[in-house]
Write a protein that binds this ligand. Structure first.
Ligand code: ATP
Length: 349
């Protein structure tokens, strides 16, 4: 589905939440679309959990409004909201089997037995839990428990599922598997997911769009690709992926100049000091010495590729340059190299 045909399911309008002097969420507005996998991302303390708790109804905003399918739910208690929240701690009932854990919410809704059976079977199948239906939580692995928690949230068919660091308790390998699984389940169930995470990689892999928050403020909203390719803020650029920052000046005519390297980037900015941001994969090495001069300080092995750490007066930190593993043998520490930036991939801050 393209962006244009989607409707906003959730509208977050100018939300402010203060705790005493702390502005935990500071004037945040976001539209989240139907069927979207949306991630709230930011460093510890940026306000993402507080925002999620307001969506769930556990906190009331200091000001602003939350609309779900056009109705104002800002002050509606949690149990009256057509949404579900999945916590990091799975909160499964330990004395009940997997099936009973799933039945529970539907029994509370007063559905009849055959309907409960049908929906639970369907959800167990979708989450690959059919063979574990009669086990209790302590007879399951961490990843399986996590799937039960998810199944329990999905079986109620909420319009919106809020997930607070759902993969936080899992080890790296399982996390990566579950990231793809969650995305598949979200897609198949056709439910809007809003997930809180502090893990950039996780947001990039799973989300259709994401919001980057810092100190309660919304810095950028966009698809992973938009945010990775066109960060509109220096913090975002550095927070998502790896970014080099090169100190230089803009010259009349749109050139960026750093330590003698002149790069035509068609900058529309006024001449003066500027910082150019470029990712390691967008720098190539020039054999004819026609780029930014530097000295290799270190070479790090990263499986499929090598990352050269290159020292240059134009950057306080070593400039990181990604080269294919096959080219790795061409370089050694101490060597002088010349760096060429892809002008289309440069950002100015
Ligand atoms: P983390 O990733 O560490 O969970 P977060 O981005 O989810 O962080 P929040 O938990 O939303 O951040 O907190 C945002 C800010 O609001 C922090 O400065 C936090 O100390 C503050 N805060 C959150 N809840 C309360 C509260 N109940 N009383 C006072 N301050 C709070």
């Amino acid at each position: 589905m393209t962006e244009n045909t989607k409707k906003p399911l959730l509208r977050i309008e100018k939300i402010v939440k203060t705790f005493g002097p702390v502005r935990a969420v500071d004037d945040v507005s976001i539209d989240i679309m139907e069927n979207e996998f949306f991630a709230l991302l930011g460093p510890s303390g940026c306000g993402k959990t507080t925002l999620l708790r307001m969506l769930a109804g556990f906190e009331v905003p200091t000001s602003g409004a939350i609309l779900l399918s056009g109705s104002d739910i800002t002050r509606l208690p949690p149990e009256k909201r057509p949404l579900n929240l999945m916590f990091q701690s799975y909160a499964l009932f330990p004395h009940m089997t997997v099936r009973q854990n799933l039945n529970y919410g539907l029994e509370m809704e007063g559905l009849d037995k055959s309907e409960i059976r049908r929906r639970v079977d369907e959800t167990l199948a979708a989450t690959d839990l059919t063979t574990f239906a009669e086990r209790k939580p302590d007879q399951l692995s961490g990843g399986q428990k996590q799937r039960v928690a998810l199944a329990r949230a999905l079986v109620k068919r909420p319009k919106l599922l809020l997930l607070d660091e759902p993969l936080g308790a899992l080890d790296k390998k399982l996390r990566e598997k579950m990231q793809l699984e969650l995305k598949r389940l979200q897609h198949e169930a056709g439910i809007t997911f809003v997930i809180v995470t502090h893990d950039q990689e996780e947001a990039l892999v799973m989300a259709d769009r994401m919001a980057i928050l810092r100190d309660g403020k919304l810095l950028q909203v966009g698809s992973p690709e938009e945010i990775y390719e066109r960060p509109n803020d220096r913090f975002v650029a550095n927070f998502i992926g790896i970014m080099n920052f090169i100190e230089g000046t803009i010259e009349a005519g749109g050139h960026f100049v750093a330590d003698g390297y002149r790069l035509a980037i068609g900058a529309t900015r006024a001449p003066g000091a500027a910082v150019l941001a470029i990712r390691p994969e967008n720098i190539s090495l020039s054999p004819d010495g026609d780029g930014l001069k530097g000295t290799i300080a270190d070479i790090a092995y990263h499986g499929l590729d090598r990352v050269l750490h290159v020292r240059s007066p134009a950057s306080a930190q070593p400039i990181l340059v990604r080269v294919p593993a096959g080219d790795g043998h061409k370089f050694q520490a101490g060597q002088t190299v010349s760096l060429i930036f892809n002008p289309d991939k440069c950002r100015l801050f």
